[in-house]
Design a protein around this ligand. Structure first.
Ligand code: CP
Length: 318
């Protein structure tokens, strides 16, 4: 594995899940494979789980980690080729990235979409420019359209929580939110679940909240949440803004908030969310504080997902 920016960089999802679970059972099994290797973590946006779980994972492998909050502490970066930099940006990525490539062995980056220009966001300009100019392997800590480390942790969590011989029924359920959010988590979850192929996968959302078909192909799409939740084994609750009329909120209908009454239609489903979550907007206290919630376990698995991926990247590092 050279770069890790999407499920397409993974040869065998189950093997990666098993590697993560092996690290969960024995965190220091490979405590020296990262010795004398340095991970640079660049954050253009805020984070708690991704930042800390990646640091813990890298330390477990013996790596040194340097975190740089570019968004709040660094020079404003320019990503466009042939830009005339007479505006707010101070340094071009083609100047900054090769330097970071000399300081680090692996470069991890978190960026968010603008939610203003779909074509630009979906071209993944920011992370692709780092890949182009850094000259070292690049690990996505969430990009404009995907959140692959989150999705790997999600599949680890489903694997741990489902022991029956049949396929689990997994429902990705849109939730209301007060501001437009990226489609990254939903796109990525759909891409990984479809790539994994070991679940019956349903996506439920209000009309006009369709995600890009490149991610959802293979899933059943339902606009009736109650019908979608029927017999669900897992419900992944997440808001996203509109994709087609890009980055908008069309509805905040509180009926889409997952509450206990709706949850009763499921097969005692485990409830997931990537966090942070707006309580009593996306999910009710009753659900989040109830025995059906596995959100803490899911977030804790971020460490093992990051450790498995870093370990694979180190294996192929010269
Ligand atoms: N789920 C997730 O990416 O959390 P953070 O934004 O806190 O990293």
């Amino acid at each position: 594995m050279k770069n890790f920016v999407s499920v397409k960089d993974v040869g065998n999802i189950d093997a990666l899940v098993q590697k993560a679970l092996a690290y969960k059972a024995d965190p220091f099994a490979d405590k020296t494979i990262g010795s004398h290797k340095r991970l640079g973590c660049l954050f253009l946006n805020p984070s708690m789980r991704t930042r800390i779980s990646t640091q813990v994972a890298a330390h477990n492998l013996g790596m040194e980690v340097i975190v740089f909050n570019v968004g709040s502490e660094g020079w404003a970066l320019e990503f466009e080729e042939e830009a005339i930099m007479s505006g707010n940006t101070v340094e071009h990525v083609k100047d900054a990235a090769p330097i970071l490539g000399k300081y680090f062995d692996i470069l991890a980056i978190r960026t968010f979409p603008s939610l203003k220009n779909r074509e630009e966001d979906y071209s993944e300009l920011h992370i692709q420019q780092f890949i182009r100019y850094a000259g070292i392997p690049v690990l996505s800590l969430e990009s404009a359209t995907l959140h692959p480390l989150q999705s790997l942790a999600d599949i680890i969590t489903i694997t741990e929580n489902f022991k029956e011989k049949r396929k689990p029924r997994v429902v990705l359920s849109w939730a209301p939110h007060i501001k437009p959010l990226p489609q990254c988590v939903a796109n990525s979850f759909a891409q990984w679940i479809n790539g994994w192929g070991k679940a019956d996968f349903i996506i439920t959302h209000p009309e006009d909240y369709e995600l890009g078909e490149e991610f959802t192909q293979g899933a059943s799409i339902l606009h009736d949440q109650e019908e979608a939740l029927k017999d669900a084994d897992f419900v992944y609750v997440k808001n996203w803004s509109t994709y087609h009329d890009y980055g908008k909120i069309y509805t905040n209908d509180p009926k889409w908030q997952l509450k206990h009454k709706r949850w009763m239609h499921t097969n005692h489903a485990k409830v997931m969310h990537c966090l942070p979550v707006r309580r009593n907007v996306e999910l009710s206290d009753e659900i989040l504080d109830g025995p059906m919630s596995i959100v803490t376990e899911q977030a804790a698995n971020r460490v093992w997902a990051a450790q498995a991926v870093l370990s694979e990247m180190l294996k192929h590092h010269d």
